[in-house]
Design a protein around this ligand. Structure first.
Ligand code: GLY
Length: 451
């Protein structure tokens, strides 16, 4: 690990010539100070420090690392057991020097940083640096230069990162199989979620984001688990593991609660799968990710025309954003230390220099708009959703009255939401699906659900 960390720091030093200070962040109290939400160290800190420390900072300059962390308080052993000393941690991460947090203020001259998520640490950053540290969007100066430098390193993954990303992917695959197997005996969404997260926790990992396990897949970030499972329902599960050093996976599968898709569910499932497969077949270095998104949109539009739900030429329908009535989000995002990797920096990672978000409904949620490069890990996650807020909007109905066959659409009422999502590594020759061990063909999914 030390060699990789050293290489990452050296590479940063080759891009910027000013010091960098990265804070790990603090845990936030739920009520009294010692009862905290689980701590998740800041990802930029993790990238260069390698271990999830709390209330620590690192200063990087010319490839050298200074660690700032306090030794555990004498009373800590009573509640937390013996924890490593500053010197032990410094040795573990290959620090050149180790100091207390109180000393950090003496080393901040001309230092750049990126903002940490928790408010207490962000306030500390702002106070110690004595200047604004803009959350989400470093606008200018050395913080912006640092953000761009970090993005240039983290956009593609080194061998050590890929070892962790494969671990996260494999555990997530097992979790999804457990969820499918648990469905026939489950009464509530919550039971399926529990079966999936048990696999992840059993590997001493956490979830990389709040799991979505729902029969209401049309609510894109549905974080409730109280619905009962009915035989005609589709269950959409978007669940991914995070390794102990913070690397993420992100998988979605949609399966029939009964173990058998209805014919209408199967028709739509196969359209989403066709879009998924077409996108993955086309992933290669140099390909524009926005074109992959448009390929998904066109494949979905074609399928819906074939089913008689949309009327017109698929390419024309996509130009008019008709696909977005049913596929309103982007085809995916970067994946790494975060599930939407580096989105804490706004669109600096997702959008190539000089590009910005489109205002078009069918493109505005596209999170990644860059040419692909070998070593990038992206998700491919087409979907079909019947979102009442979109489809029942009188303006939408009016605008698209001759392009959507609303009576035909009504025959697909048992399809509320379908998404199929895999994690795809761009390779020199094309791509490798890290989550390929989890079947996505409709019949194979039915077999895994059993019943
Ligand atoms: N899988 C969760 C998300 O992409 O937001």
């Amino acid at each position: 690990m030390q060699t990789t960390l050293h290489q990452r720091r050296q590479k940063l030093a080759e891009i910027i010539d000013f010091p960098t200070v990265l804070w790990s962040g603090n845990s936030s109290p739920r009520n009294f100070p010692a009862n905290t939400f689980p701590h998740r160290a800041n990802s930029h800190f993790l990238y260069f420090a390698g271990i999830p420390l709390e209330n620590a900072a690192i200063r990087l300059e010319s490839g050298k690392l200074q660690l700032f962390i306090d030794d555990p308080h004498p009373s800590s052993a009573l509640w937390h057991g013996e924890t490593p000393t500053r010197e032990e941690i410094a040795a573990k991460i290959g620090a050149d020097e180790a100091k207390t947090m109180a000393e950090l203020g003496n080393y901040l001259e001309n230092a750049a940083t990126v903002p940490v998520q928790d408010a207490a640490t962000w306030t500390q950053q702002t106070q110690l640096l004595n200047r604004p540290v803009f959350p989400k969007n470093p606008r200018s100066g050395i913080d912006l230069e640092l953000a761009k430098a970090i993005v240039s390193l983290r956009l593609t993954h080194d061998a050590a990162a890929l070892v962790e990303l494969r671990k996260a992917a494999n555990v997530s695959v097992t979790a999804h199989k457990a969820g499918m197997a648990a469905t026939s005996s489950a009464k509530l969404e919550a039971e399926v979620r529990a079966a999936m997260e048990a696999v992840i926790m059993g590997q001493n990992m956490t979830t990389a984001y709040t799991s979505i396990v729902t029969v209401h897949g049309e609510v894109l970030h549905n974080n409730h688990y109280y619905h009962s499972l009915q035989p005609g329902d589709l269950l959409l599960a978007d669940v991914g593991a995070e390794t102990q050093t913070g690397w993420a996976a992100d998988i979605t599968r949609t399966w029939p609660v009964s173990g058998k898709f209805s014919s209408t569910q199967r028709d739509i499932y196969d359209i989403v799968l066709a879009a998924h497969d077409a996108c993955i077949q086309n992933i290669a270095p140099g390909v524009e990710y926005a074109d992959i998104h448009l390929l998904a949109a066109t494949t979905i539009a074609e399928g819906l025309v074939d089913l008689g739900i949309l009327q017109g030429k698929p390419e024309d329908l996509v130009k008019m954003d008709l696909h977005a009535l049913f596929f309103p989000h982007g085809i995916g995002h970067l994946l790494g230390l975060d599930v939407h990797d580096m989105e804490d920096l706004g669109d600096i990672a997702g959008y190539d220099q000089g590009r910005s978000r489109s205002s078009r409904f069918g493109l505005s949620y596209l999170r990644l708009n860059r040419p692909l490069r070998a070593g990038m890990l992206v998700t491919i996650e087409p979907g079909f959703y019947q979102v009442p807020a979109i489809l029942n909007n009188p303006k939408t109905r009016d605008q698209y009255q001759y392009l959507v066959n609303w009576e035909r659409l009504a025959q697909f009422a048992d399809v509320r939401g379908i998404r199929i999502e895999d994690d795809v590594l761009v390779t020199e020759l094309g791509s490798e699906v890290l989550t390929a061990a989890l079947p996505n063909q409709a019949s194979a999914v039915e077999d895994l659900v059993g019943c």
